[in-house]
Design a protein around this ligand. Structure first.
Ligand SMILES: NC(=O)c1ccc[n+]([C@@H]2O[C@H](COP(=O)([O-])OP(=O)(O)OC[C@H]3O[C@@H](n4cnc5c(N)ncnc54)[C@H](OP(=O)(O)O)[C@@H]3O)[C@@H](O)[C@H]2O)c1
Ligand SMILES: [Zn+2]
Length: 358
């Protein structure tokens, strides 16, 4: 299977599951607090995708409120897009339009038009985005687009906002249309009230797998002997999420780091070439106790994916694990929602409280 970005689907619906009503006016579903949040989420992704019909219906500008503006992406079968739409005219960022071969050939727009096969192949779209360096993609709808992404099993995370009213119009667009949805029961990672709307954050696929395994890794730190440094847990899994090894700080010697302890059990295991290492703390990049950092161990082991919860605070040394791993082409996923578990296991350290600091 080809590489694709992490896909975050985002939508706001009425209580009865509609994305909009049937009027020409855009229906306001979110609260001001939620608009602010969506703006921040946009600032944290590499690209945003909406369907051509949302561009025609809502004329969204798709700009972030903080951080750099993401690349804008749309897909169209007809090619019927207005070059004056806000999608094309706002934001100093690249715009990508994916269309079937026959349409892409003749389409002229102020954007990069990409041939996505005949008929358009959404897997090919995502593989192309990955090749362009898009690691995190936010999919903002509308209905046809969400249905396509969910039924194809291409979503890792859903951020669903529920507004406190009914639409009640049979012809209005639903969040998704009928289809076969392979997600099954998703993992509820967070609920948050934002004014009078509520955000539900669900994880599925790789997103759910990573969240669950990382939480297990963080819980392993409870086994660490009392320490004056970090208490960390680590799990190594193969490409099918089977556990290959686990480790925790101080497991066999007070100087052991968790990742090192787990990797020491595996030697040159060929499965490491497709493995993921979960570590509650960002892998260290230099250390006082031993010559080789955990970042070095991970690079040497050839592990392509690293998932962690808490960015190493610069208590002992300057931490650069993430930067070094990414520079070497490794995928690094940070799940800050689980950082509270790591702070809890490390509240013996100076300046570490269980509460979020940011
Ligand atoms: N509440 C929210 O969070 C939210 C967010 C976004 C949108 N909306 C609402 O959703 C409604 C729009 O939803 P929608 O379902 O009508 O449209 P949509 O999902 O935005 O776009 C559908 C269009 O995308 C293109 N497309 C989709 N699948 C394709 C495929 N497999 N191959 C090629 N092209 C494909 C087609 O474009 P062509 O027609 O050009 O061929 C299709 O008509 C609007 O009312 C909007 O206000 C609400
Ligand atoms: Zn280490």
């Amino acid at each position: 299977m080809s590489k694709r970005p992490y896909v975050l689907a985002s939508a706001a619906t009425s209580l009865d599951g509609y994305l909009d009503d049937t009027s020409d006016e855009r229906l306001l579903l979110s609260s001001p607090e939620d608009f602010e949040r969506v703006g921040q989420v946009r600032g944290g992704v590499d690209a945003i995708l909406v369907g051509a019909n949302t561009i025609r219906a809502d004329n969204p500008r798709l700009l972030s409120r903080s951080g750099p503006n993401p690349v804008k992406v749309t897909i169209t079968g007809s090619g019927k897009l207005d070059p004056e739409a806000g999608f094309f005219t706002t934001g100093d960022v690249e715009k990508l339009v994916y269309a079937p071969s026959s349409v892409a050939r003749r389409l002229e727009l102020p954007a990069t038009v990409v041939d996505a096969g005949e008929p358009l192949d959404i897997h090919r779209v995502l593989a192309d985005l990955a090749e362009r360096g898009i690691q995190r993609l936010m999919v903002e709808g509308g209905s046809a687009i969400h249905t396509l992404f969910f039924t194809e099993g291409l979503v890792d995370e859903l951020q669903l906002v529920i507004a406190p009213f009914f639409v009640g119009e049979a012809g209005a667009p639903r969040f998704v249309g009928p289809g076969s949805f392979p997600q099954g029961r998703m993992l509820l990672a967070e609920t948050r009230q934002l004014g009078d709307v509520v955000l539900l954050r669900y994880l599925t696929g790789q997103g759910a797998t990573d969240f669950t395994r990382l939480r297990e890794a963080a819980e392993l730190a409870e086994n660490c002997p009392p320490s004056t440094t970090f208490r960390v847990g680590s799990i190594v899994t193969d490409s099918r999420n089977t556990v290959l090894a686990t480790g925790f700080s101080g497991e066999t010697d007070p100087h052991d780091h968790a990742e090192e302890a787990a990797l020491a059990k595996l030697g040159n295991d060929p499965r490491l070439a497709e493995a993921t290492i979960y570590s509650s703390l960002e892998p260290c990049s230099s250390r006082a106790s031993r010559p080789l950092s955990c970042t070095r161990h991970i690079l040497d082991a050839g592990i392509p994916r690293v998932v962690f919860a808490w960015r190493e605070p610069n208590l002992f040394v300057d931490a650069q694990g993430t930067e070094l791993l990414r520079a070497a082409g490794r995928e690094v996923v940070e799940i800050p929602e689980l950082a509270y578990l790591v702070r809890r296991a490390n509240s013996h350290l100076p300046g570490v409280s269980e509460e979020p600091t940011a």
